[in-house]
Design a protein around this ligand. Structure first.
Ligand code: 0A1
Ligand code: ZN
Length: 864
């Protein structure tokens, strides 16, 4: 299993050394060609530390044409050159170099460096892609000003973009067109971008708080101009919000967004020139769901907010990735909460954390938000760095309070503007700016694992004293791991549901020891505690209160998050009970009476916000239920959940039909969500009427939210409407890639018995390609992560299917291949037969010839 000669090197945080030389200015000329693209780079070097004369530049997949230092051509005997770097001697402490290289973007399927997407040139340089464009000190602590001249055939590429402000354009003597861009803000190479193509442009403007007029441009493929309005509005809202909330103003004359269809991730914050996966730009009600609209708003905000948290202040090295990512996710979460329902947003953020980060933290790929080592940095763009990182910032925000948090942030921006810094420098600035001690809190940066909290309480009527004993354990961090500083936001409710402590936000307890007891005096009767309100810390609450208490909190808690949480816990308890009794004679086929009563209350509570009500009515997903079991009972979970859906649909048919009708035809996201939850229960009954209701909704829908919700109900049936609706959907949207992704995903996640055959068949569909990451995610990613019954089929077919695709993708796009490995890494959580099959699949991957470091690291670690 362990490889020797081929094993890629591990990089350690403890080995960090500041660079001996810095590059302070870059003058880049990129001559775009159909065969060869030539890059000429003029660099200004200056000494940074003692440490000799050697200058080492990174470079991969480059053809070196020439190297000059201080105007002198350097002969090959005077430099060394490998497939990873170029090394030569510095003539003095300050010098210039000119390097000419050739590259072939049209052959680049990894989508890192300069590549082509739908005939247009574009770049992706984070984390280490700039070295695939030219030789450079490709590390984030080397920050330079850039001037970029793009040259090419103006008839093919009328639009030529790079970072900064436009400084000039025209036609060269040979007829080629050029555009020159100047970025005055020093930046690391990972923020470099270049785009060229025949693109359409949608324009707008924003006037900043100091009265500067900024041009806003969104570039898209021709024909997509009418799908940019939401992205543009989101951008303007983000710019305004960052000024109001954090005092941050934009700093160039132009802000550009380009949408491309081949992109490994969601989007990229290149200075002044964000490159986006088209999924996070293009939307119209006919083609995008409400969830897509929300996704666009948050990703546009995320990339824009990076301008201050990421670009003006960047990371010293990649171990500090959460410095920019955790902080920027927190900021985009705050923004979306301000733009929409804060309660529903918080529920969604926690669902995402639990779905993606908790399993990561509990499995073989667990790492602290500041890792200590890595093989391939691209494997560390994880839910832990992003989502848990955001929770850590949120806890700082909770501990400091709004006002002191802002003081801390102001100091951070003041102190470190223009620098490449560490998470330690961030925490120190927040501490100094707020005056709050974060010494113990820092442990969150270096401890992996999700803390498990157990709570017991006591009430003494004689002394009217109530006490809570709270314990924290973090098994993943080892028995000797010191306790974390955990903010526990608490409410106490009396038996009428009134708050016993002032302020509905409750009290904030500082949990700093392994075990601690908190006492409360003058409590007239035994209260019901509401713990970790608004999910005040990324922990698992072990102790499970009685159903009656959950029911009480579900009906009375003033904290909306905990209200939702109580309902989910009640549902989870019922489902787990059904799973446990799956093979026994007293197997229930419906959730408990307490749950049914609580659900009934929701059906008539018209005062609740519809989106919140929809979230509260939805049952926890199969993966989440599985997470609550030591060994996941895949099939029993599926059956228990399906049976519950069915019994709820049957028992409450009238109320659900009423809710469905009341919320139909309303132009409101919350109403659509509520209506579609009702539809999911109704169709679960499998009655002909309700299937036909879904079919009618499918046909008559005026928006993609309703259409996809209805189609999702039909793909799980064998009803003739199944084939009819799928065929209709394909024919209608054949030319819209993003919509066709949905078509693949719905089929990938279907639970009907023949779903695995369907998925294998779809690989051969003319619209399927492994070269487009969205398409790969829509079929293969959705199947592995969202179809537990078929992925974990005891035949092993699902595992083999996934490992085959990983091996194929390893050749063309190792980043995407590596991202698909993690479902197999959860093998310890499955039955012995499944464990064997999952490990077999991992071992097959590991034996593949020419395994990329990306896939090697993920697979090798997954077997641990
Ligand atoms: N910094 C981007 C994410 C990103 C990371 C790597 C990429 O290519 C390998 C692309 C994008 C963000 O947080 O949005
Ligand atoms: Zn980011």
């Amino acid at each position: 299993m362990t490889r020797t000669s081929q094993t890629p090197a591990t990089i350690f945080l403890k080995d960090y050394k500041a660079p001996t030389f810095r590059i302070t200015d870059v003058q880049l000329t990129v001559e775009l060609g159909e065969e060869t693209t030539r890059v000429t780079s003029n660099l200004s070097f200056s000494r940074n530390t003692d440490g000799g004369q050697q200058v080492r530049l990174h470079g991969e997949n480059l053809t070196l044409v020439s190297l000059e230092v201080e105007g002198r051509e350097i002969p090959p005997a005077e430099y060394t050159h490998t497939d990873k770097d170029l090394t030569f001697l510095a003539p003095s402490d300050q010098f210039t170099a000119r390097i000419v290289t050739d590259i072939r973007p049209q052959d680049n399927t990894e989508l890192e460096g300069l590549y082509k997407s739908s005939g247009n040139f574009c770049t992706q340089c984070e984390a280490e892609g700039f070295r695939k464009i030219t030789y450079f000190m490709d590390r984030p602590d080397v920050m330079a000003t850039f001037t970029t001249t793009v040259i090419g055939d103006g008839s093919k590429y009328p639009v030529m973009l790079s970072n900064g402000n436009l400084d000039g354009h025209g036609t060269l003597k040979d007829g080629r067109q050029f555009f020159r861009w100047v970025d005055p803000h020093p930046k690391p190479a990972y923020l470099f971008a270049l785009v060229a193509g025949d693109l359409a442009c949608v324009s707008d403007e924003f006037v900043t708080m100091s009265g500067r007029r900024i041009d806003l441009k969104i570039y898209v493929e021709k024909g997509d101009e009418d799908k940019c309005a939401h992205a543009m509005q989101s951008l303007k809202n983000s710019m305004k919000w960052d000024e109001e909330k954090y005092g941050r103003e934009y700093d160039l004359d132009i802000f550009m967004i380009v949408a491309v269809s081949d992109f490994n991730m969601g989007a990229m914050e290149n200075k002044g020139l964000n490159v986006f996966n088209s999924k996070y730009v293009l939307a119209s009600p006919e083609t995008a769901t409400d969830a897509d609209f929300d996704g666009i708003e948050s990703v546009i905000a995320h990339e824009y907010f990076h301008n201050w948290t990421g670009n003006r202040i960047t990371c010293r090295d990649w171990f500090q990735l959460t410095l920019k990512e955790g902080l920027t996710v927190f900021r985009d979460q705050q923004f979306s909460a301000d733009m929409n329902s804060a309660a529903v947003k918080r529920i969604e953020d926690v669902q995402r954390l639990r779905a993606a980060q908790f399993p990561e933290d509990a499995g073989p790929l667990a790492h602290p938000i500041q890792p200590q080592s890595y093989v391939e940095i691209n494997n560390f763009y994880t839910a832990t760095i992003y989502e848990k990182g955001a929770e850590v910032i949120r806890m700082i925000h909770t501990l400091l309070g709004e006002e002191k948090f802002r003081k801390g942030m102001d100091l951070y921006f003041d102190r470190h503007d223009g620098q490449a810094v560490t998470t330690e420098e961030f925490v120190a600035a927040l501490e100094d700016g707020s005056g709050v001690d974060l010494t113990q809190f820092r442990r969150w940066y270096t401890q992996p694992g999700t803390p498990e909290i157990t709570v017991t309480d006591q009430y003494d009527p004689a002394t009217r004293r109530y006490s809570l004993t709270v314990r924290q354990d973090n098994p993943k961090a080892g028995p000797k791991a010191p306790p974390l500083h955990i903010p526990l936001s608490l409410g106490l409710l009396d038996d009428q549901g009134h708050e016993l402590m002032e302020g509905a936000a409750g009290n904030m307890l500082n949990l700093t020891e392994h075990e601690q007891t908190f006492t409360f005096d003058d409590i007239p009767a035994r209260p019901v505690p509401s713990l970790f309100r608004n999910f005040s810390a990324p922990v698992k609450l072990g102790s499970n209160p009685a159903d009656e208490r959950l029911d009480f909190l579900f009906k009375n808690d003033s904290d909306p998050f905990n209200r939702w949480e109580a309902g989910q816990r009640l549902a989870t308890r019922c489902l787990l009970d059904m799973v446990e009794k799956h093979d026994s004679p007293e197997r229930p086929n419906a959730p408990s009476g307490t749950f049914m009563d609580a659900f009934a209350a929701l059906l008539t509570d018209e005062d609740l916000d519809p989106a919140f009500r929809a979230a509260a009515m939805a049952l926890p997903g199969e993966n989440y239920i599985g997470q609550q079991m030591p060994i996941v009972a895949v099939d029993a979970i599926h059956e228990a959940r399906s049976a519950s859906m069915r019994s709820i649909g049957t028992r409450f048919e009238d109320d659900l039909t009423r809710i469905y009708n009341q919320n139909s035809g309303q132009d409101n996201m919350g109403c659509r969500r509520l209506k579609n939850v009702a539809l999911s229960y109704l169709t679960a009954t499998e009655s002909e009427d309700h299937i036909l209701l879904a079919a009618r909704q499918y046909r008559e829908a005026t928006n993609m939210t309703d259409r996809v919700a209805a189609l999702g109900r039909l793909v799980d049936t064998d009803h003739p409407e199944h084939d009819a609706a799928l065929a209709d959907f394909y024919a209608r949207w054949e030319t819209d890639q993003l919509v066709i992704d949905k078509w693949f995903t719905l089929q990938a996640m279907a639970s009907r018995p023949q779903a695995m055959d369907d998925v294998e068949g779809l690989l051969k569909h003319p619209a399927f390609t492994l070269l487009n990451p969205n398409r790969v995610r829509s079929l293969i990613g959705a199947f592995a992560a969202g179809n537990p019954v078929h992925f974990h089929s005891i035949s092993g077919r699902g595992y083999r299917f996934l490992s085959d695709r990983i091996m194929e993708l390893n050749k063309t796009n190792p980043q995407i291949a590596a991202r698909l490995v993690s479902p197999l890494g959860q093998w310890r959580r499955y039955s012995p037969e499944r464990q064997t099959l999952m490990k077999e699949a991992l071992n097959r991957i590991l034996e593949t010839e020419n395994l990329s470091p990306h896939v090697f690291e993920m697979t090798n670690k997954s077997l641990n």
